[in-house]
Design a protein around this ligand. Structure first.
Ligand code: PEP
Length: 243
């Protein structure tokens, strides 16, 4: 199975989403194909997107680290579960750099999501400086060991390897880097979570031009797509490279 997951970030209006879902109908994919689609939408549109479930996974892009109470503006894992969401992105680099989300906070968020059975998609990745200094494995090890400390080892989780320098820059990581890094991540996941299925996506400037080689790279279970997921044609063209 390959996963094609969009992260709309703070983009899209209700009208854009209607247009997007209409646009999807133009694309005929083989029945029983091995592709699962997902869309990470802004909170306010999630209820309206419930009707898409069954065709695509629907998820949020963030969740509170707290369970409930006096946390104005926050949305809890219980609320995400209450509206039937399939997944929630945590630890995205934009949340880490712009909103101070630490590995410890990410760990608390994952535990909340597991408690309410919403699948976390945990984003990890190194900065350009760390990449150039050859520190990628150290950074990823630390992100994984803290974010996954004492989590439920058997519940479903996906990891997205997203080099920070590849996000929204138009410059994706090379196939060699992706292959080696995802193999390393899977080995680390086996150490932390044990022998089980480990699903690892790649994210960072995936587009219709590079998606075929990225999605066919050993160890890559799919893609987390930012910018290119806001346009139905580019999003579907990325997926169509799998057929
Ligand atoms: C992302 O934000 O998760 C992402 C991968 O963005 P982009 O595809 O735009 O690089």
């Amino acid at each position: 199975m390959k996963y094609i997951i969009g992260n709309w970030k703070m983009n899209m209006t209700a009208g854009d989403i209607v247009e997007f879902t209409r646009g999807v109908r133009k694309y005929k994919f083989p029945k029983n194909s091995n592709v699962t689609f997902g869309l990470g939408a802004p909170y306010v549109y999630l209820l309206g997107m419930a009707k898409l479930q069954g065709h695509v996974l629907v998820g949020a892009q963030n969740v509170s680290q707290y369970e409930k109470g006096a946390y104005t503006g926050e949305i809890s894992a219980e609320m995400l579960a209450d509206v039937g969401l399939d997944f929630c992105i945590v630890g995205h680099s934009e949340r880490r750099t712009l909103f101070g989300e630490t590995n410890k906070i990410v760990n608390a968020k994952i535990k909340q999501l597991q408690e309410y059975e919403v699948m976390p998609i945990l984003c990890i990745g190194e900065t350009l400086e760390e990449f150039e200094a050859g520190k990628t494995k150290d950074v990823l090890s630390e992100q994984l060991s803290i974010a996954l400390k004492d989590v439920d080892k058997s519940s479903k989780i996906m990891i997205a390897y997203e080099p920070v320098w590849a996000i929204g820059t138009g410059k994706s990581a090379s196939v060699k880097t992706i292959k080696e890094t995802i193999a390393f991540i899977k080995q680390k996941l086996t150490e932390i979570l044990g022998e089980r299925e480990h699903i690892v996506l790649y994210g960072g400037s995936v587009n219709p031009g590079n998606s075929s080689e990225i999605l066919h790279t050993d160890g890559v279970d799919g893609a987390l797509i930012g910018g290119a997921s806001c346009n139905v044609d580019t999003f579907m063209k990325i997926a169509s490279t799998l057929f």
